[in-house]
Design a protein around this ligand. Sequence first.
Ligand SMILES: *Cc1c(COP(=O)(O)O)cnc(C)c1O
Length: 411
Amino acid sequence: MEKKSYESQILHTAYTKEDAYHSLSMPVYNTAAYEFATAADMEAAFCGRVAEHTYSRISNPTVHYFEKRVQEVTGALSVTALNSGMAAISNTLLNVAGAGLNIVTSPHLFGNTYSFMVNTLRGFGVEIRFADLTKPEEAARMMDDKTCALFLEIITNPQMEVADLKALSAVCREAGVPLIADTTIIPFTAFSAKAHGVDIEVISSTKYISGGATGIGGLILDHGTFDWSRSPRLAEKAAVTGNQTAFTVRLKAEILRNLGTYMTPQVAYMETLGLETLDLRYRRQAATTLEVTQHLQELPQIVRVNYTGLKNNPYYALSCAQFGATPGAMFTMDLSSREACFNFLDRLRLIRRATNLFDNKSLALHPASTIFGTFTPEQRQSMDISQHTIRFSIGLESAEDILADITQALQ
Ligand SMILES: *Cc1c(COP(=O)(O)O)cnc(C)c1O
């Protein structure tokens, strides 16, 4: 198919085999296993000589169709769907890391990503090196021949820090280290990670893609841009599979199967529907967020509004260059105290008190007492988590109604 716009292309991906009933939507194949005509056919499928489904922990037609649609619009070398964003992150890092190797990252990470690195991976002998990733030279200094990845989030949550991806990607190229980015916060309809030098993209598809918080899911996109013969963990594999494909081959043939983290067909079906409206929802939510934050800046009760699309934000220029004028639908605001934050949340009427991001409904929470509530005060401080901050995710309501709710809750 010739290259069309996202909206057109995403709707018209054909599925591989004809359905018995010519269903216009991809059917949901709720099956664990697949039947074969002969023992020889079975052998061919199980030994990978033909691409047939055998067992749904390994592959499933409905999930594969979801992966294929994402692959068509992103041009990724491979797309792998998993049963959560955390599964995408953990499977990716387990694929490249090993005892004695190190990962360079920022202390500004999603709470469970931080915990996975510090509590889980460290226990298996992987060293975690925290750097200030707004300083690419600091990242470069921390890398050595045992560095297996540079991991970052494109806009950190909830600090809203933006890394200069082209600068960091240059550092990574020089050192022979893959750049792995969590791009959950800006969907691939609005931001090309590959064009910014990201080798492996991980996404919590629970967020924008699921189409209104319908289920938990994750994606790994391998852009085929890294030479895995330079990877301390995958060089041996690359000698067998080829330098471009070692990551994907091991991910799909070993890591995903052994950990049992493949997406389920019901979730894949709902997330496929989500893809069809993703760009529409994203553009509306992001535009509303810019409008709401511009108004909130004027209110005296708010100490600070943190959104990288605002002109006075320290990351404004970099954010515009990387993500355009409306960088996502998440922002934070600081009030005078923790009590002011709790009172504000308790008075909300339209905006829901809930975690999650990019639901169709607007959501708010106090990160320090929820997502980061079980961390020690020292950990919270090292991650720049303030007791004065409220995080918002803006939904599809009108900007007017959202502003009215925030304004009344501040009284
Ligand atoms: C939600 C989120 C995750 C984790 O995704 P789950 O689907 O909840 O496992 C990871 N990174 C970011 C930036 C997120 O917002």
